[in-house]
Design a binder for this molecule. Structure first.
Ligand code: AMP
Ligand code: TRP
Length: 334
């Protein structure tokens, strides 16, 4: 069955191995399947829910496009565009924010994490962010949404909003209720410094993550310094629940080599971490170095990157403007 795919990535800099293994790698596979229609959005409206430097934001938007293309997404096959240029996203977010309930949004754990202790100081945008995400998805009748594990709750909210809209306005199946596509294993890559924390763009220490723009030496160095424990490599998969750093590194290895965690544990059982780390660094360099070099090359050709966005905006607008018109009609606007 052909799938309509929609996903988004925030242009907030430092795209990393977690973004790649949790999401972008999956985008590439979906793009390569000719049965699918894929739309990948650079969600700049989402980015400004936290403070951004305007100059850096522009660069980060281009860098996100470059990362998509360098990772293997073909802009001739998939639509790549930036959210702020398709006004239906903002309009849709407003209308859907009148459908979504406060109680639903109050449950969102990402808001709680990002707002931290001082919720009063968080932007309203940060709070209503999942409603904008729902608008993104629903405007394109997306059937499947590939994301990392941390976005699961937002997708459930999107499904609830779609269902409530369809019920409230008695328009059966008008908004397509989307399915999440979350990798079964390794859907959450953890920090190299702390196996209990997600690998993240905003973590202060650059040693906590492998950036997709890192070169060979940086990758080698970061893996060498990655936190482990004093024991030899685990003998049994059951040990991993207690040994989070080992689990994360073995998970990264498994994801890169398309093997199961169980097989990876068996290969390295009882060995020293240093031996494993060398092999892991090699695998990472094989995968990330070509992407990193291609990103840098593409960033030298801003015109090409801007043209990709321009073409994408045009195509996305055709789809989204039709849907938002129907939504306005259903709601009762004249
Ligand atoms: P963001 O950078 O927050 O826009 O995230 C872009 C995509 O990467 C989303 O689908 C996230 O779920 C995914 N992602 C971000 N961090 C991680 C991580 N540490 N592990 C796995 N997936 C991630
Ligand atoms: N909220 C997502 C994230 O931070 C990004 C995003 C915005 C998204 N709109 C989307 C993902 C629509 C999937 C579909 O990772």
């Amino acid at each position: 069955m052909s799938k309509k795919i929609f996903s988004g990535v925030q242009p907030t800099g430092n795209l990393h191995l977690g973004n790649y293994l949790g999401a972008i790698k999956n985008f590439v596979d979906l793009n390569n399947d000719n049965d699918n229609e894929c739309i990948f959005c650079v969600v700049d409206l989402h980015a400004i829910t936290t403070k951004q430097n305007p100059k850096e934001l522009k660069n980060n938007i281009r860098e996100t496009v470059a990362t998509f293309v360098a990772s293997g997404i073909d802009p001739k096959k998939s639509i790549i565009f930036n959210q702020s240029r398709v006004s239906a996203h903002s309009e849709g977010a407003w209308i859907l924010s009148c459908v979504a309930r406060m109680g639903w949004l109050n449950r969102m754990t990402q808001f709680k994490e990002k707002a931290g202790k001082d919720k009063e100081k968080a932007s309203i945008g940060l709070y209503s962010y999942p409603v904008l995400m729902a608008a993104d998805i629903l405007l394109y009748d997306a059937t499947h949404v590939p994301v990392g594990d941390d976005q699961k709750q937002h997708l459930e909210l999107c499904r609830d909003i779609a269902q409530k809209f369809n019920n409230d306005f008695e328009v059966d199946n008008f908004l397509q209720v989307p399915e999440p596509l979350i990798q079964k294993d390794f859907s959450r890559i953890m920090s190299l410094k702390d196996g209990s924390k997600k690998m993240s763009k905003s973590e202060l220490s650059d040693f906590s993550r492998i950036n997709l723009t890192d070169d060979r030496d940086q990758i080698m160095n970061k893996i060498k310094k990655a936190k482990t424990d004093p024991l030899p490599m685990p003998q049994d998969i059951k040990e991993l629940d207690e040994r989070l750093e080992a689990k994360n590194l073995l998970g990264i290895y498994s994801s890169l080599t398309n093997s199961t965690l169980k097989d990876s544990v068996e290969i390295f059982a009882g060995k020293n971490f240093s031996e494993f780390k060398e092999i892991l660094a090699d695998q990472l360099i094989n995968k990330i170095e070509p992407i990193s070099q291609e990103i840098k090359k593409l960033l030298g050709d801003k015109k090409y990157l801007d043209k990709i966005l321009l073409d994408g905006v045009e195509k996305a607008n055709l789809i989204a403007s039709k849907k938002i018109e129907r939504i306005k009609e259903i709601v009762g606007f004249l």
